[in-house]
Design a protein around this ligand. Sequence first.
Ligand code: PLP
Length: 379
Amino acid sequence: MIPLSLPSLKGNEIIYATDAIKTQWVSTSGQYVTKFEKSLMDYLKVEDAVATQSGTASIHLALRLCDVLLGDEVIVPTLTFIATVNPIKYLGAEPIFMDCDDSLNMDVNKLESFLKEECELSEKGLKNKATSKIIKAIMVVHVFGNMAKISEIKELADKYNLKLIEDATEALGSYYTEGKYKGKYAGTVGDFGAFSFNGNKILTTGGGGLLVGRSKELISKARYLSTQAKDDEVYYIHNEIGYNYRMTNLQAAIGLAQMESIEEFISCKINNYKIYKEHIDKIPGLRLLEFNKTARNNYWFYSLILEGYSIERDELLKHMQRSGVQTRPIWGLIHTQRPYKNNQTFKIEKANYYLERTLNIPCSTNLTNKDILYIVSKL
Ligand SMILES: *Cc1c(COP(=O)(O)O)cnc(C)c1O
């Protein structure tokens, strides 16, 4: 069986993790946590970063630090993994769902019409006319590592007084090569950027995350909240409600070793994409989803789009399964999931279109040329 996505742990992971165990520094203090944070700060060219337990935890912290409170609202895409949205509900706030465009990322034109037609600026902030609630933030996702149109979205966020959070959990290493944010990495343009190091992401710590942000002070605050908001180490004084969200030294030891290979992982993903594309372009009714041409994307996941292909998407999935190739449709749209059925949506069309026609195909960095040729021969 060729799986959809496997991690690659072939570098110093075992050496650093063994060191953490031998020295008995396995929990949330220890030098690997700070070293891992430092290596990401250097890589992403940011002044501070806090390592956490998961991408979800990072998103939760970001929303909290954007002052998202009970009854507030946050604009999100419907085409994403549910972890983008759940933390909004953890805070007692509500999401408003936006459509995607042909890149699968948030449709900027629809976002603009929503802000223009459905909202009004009030003393307390941007008011949603339909609910009279205050919209605090936009959460944008760089879907499958493909860079969203951040300069347009940032402009809208500024114009309408909204905080901007980038769910960059899938996009570690993607950066803009043109435009206003040339040289800026995914996650480093908005007020906050959240990353994930879950097992299927481009870099893994088993499970883990990272939060970066434009305010150094707020990232320190995130670190404080991630360690139970402890104000006094000796007497255990807590002046705020914190979380147990700090990354452990054992996770960070694996992450530090993974960081040594990040550029290698990305080159490999780019190279494999090119091989796939060369063959898939020749198959009628199939294409590979393109990546943003104004960025160096990390090519984390490869999406096959079926348009006029000989069989239906689900039949192809079964056929690939029988051929020993794991494939997977994109996520069930969040606005159709039971906990979100009553939330507001705005002109969702394209997300439905792509939901029916997309199939993700194996993308591990350890795929061989032979594997890829076998997979395309079955399409
Ligand atoms: C992986 C992922 C997350 C959550 O990350 P975890 O580390 O699994 O909590 C959030 N959003 C998106 C889009 C993701 O792909």
